[in-house]
Write a protein that binds this ligand. Structure first.
Ligand SMILES: Nc1ncnc2c1ncn2[C@@H]1O[C@H](COP(=O)(O)OP(=O)(O)OP(=O)(O)O)[C@@H](O)[C@H]1O
Ligand SMILES: [Mg+2]
Length: 269
């Protein structure tokens, strides 16, 4: 099957000013290559500072990569100009860790989900509201909650809202950067199940970034391990976590207590 997204030799360098004004270059991504098939989940793990969020920002076209290619549905989106990117951005959405800071607390749930639709100017008010209300219901918030302000929701409900907002423009790729990390375990499990349901109803492709190896094994069809800006290992969870070949993966596994591999379906993936 043709991948939905295929990344080839992606490089991202940041230049930052040192204390004495000398230019320092940080290689956040170093020839990163991988692909994800439509409807599948790639879980991305790796130590802090290994480049996961930088990769998320480059794929979502919120940061420009330094070199390399990002093939999305057969087009190299790394080579597009700002105007061309406007058509691509709605198709690749990003959900961050902290919904409290990514959602304006004065907005109502309905406004949060309607805002991206307003920007597109494709729908009338009534149709937009209907779409937004249907989506809110789909992610587990009742129509009665639509007029509540986001500041009045719990952390888990806010993260559901952030997911609904990200889905409002019917993206094909959803990047979740530590999106469950600030929630407690039972809420994480509920939202992980919601993500699985949404994936099968809307044929969504996920890049799921996490520090939680058990969650990576639960949600990922494959797991990729990043280390110092490179993907050093990639494969099915049983293989990557059960018989890691790279030292960085062994380090992550050793730092996680208990048994990790919990395949989604009996008999593997
Ligand atoms: N805007 C920036 N300017 C300069 N350096 C940056 C910038 N953003 C990230 N970096 C550097 O790039 C490297 C990768 O950072 P990144 O945030 O992608 O890591 P990460 O894997 O997401 O870490 P974490 O697990 O802590 O979220 C780090 O060395 C970081 O300091
Ligand atoms: Mg990060």
């Amino acid at each position: 099957m043709q991948p939905l997204i295929q990344v080839e030799y992606l490089v991202k360098r940041y230049s930052s000013r040192g204390v004495l004004g000398s230019g320092e270059v940080v290689s956040a991504l170093n020839e990163v290559s991988f692909s994800v098939a439509p409807g599948k989940t790639l879980a991305l793990v790796g130590a802090s500072g290994s480049g996961k969020s930088t990769l998320a920002l480059c794929l979502a076209c919120l940061e420009r990569s330094t070199s390399g290619r990002i093939w999305f549905e057969g087009r190299d989106i790394a080579a597009l100009d700002e105007k061309q990117l406007r058509a691509v951005r709605p198709q690749i959405q990003l959900v961050f860790q902290d919904p409290a800071s990514s959602l304006n607390p004065r907005f109502t749930a309905l406004e949060i989900v309607t805002e991206p639709l307003l920007v597109q100017r494709k729908w009338g008010t009534r149709e937009m509201h209907e779409r937004a209300l249907a989506l809110l219901e789909r992610i587990g918030l009742s129509r009665g909650m639509a007029s509540r302000r986001t500041g009045e929701f719990s952390g888990g409900q806010r993260q559901r809202l952030a997911i609904a907002r990200a889905l409002s423009l019917a993206p094909k790729l959803l990047i979740l950067d530590e999106a469950l990390s600030s929630l407690d375990c039972s809420v994480q499990a509920q939202i992980a199940n919601l993500l699985l349901e949404l994936q099968s109803s809307f044929v969504l492709t996920y890049l799921f970034i996490t520090h939680d190896l058990a969650m990576a094994a639960h949600l990922g069809d494959e797991i990729a391990v990043m280390n110092r800006g490179r993907i050093v290992e990639q494969g099915v969870p049983e293989k990557v976590l059960g018989a890691p070949s790279h030292e960085a993966t062994r380090g992550l596994v050793a730092a996680t207590p208990g048994s990790i591999v919990t395949p989604r379906m009996p008999g593997g993936l």
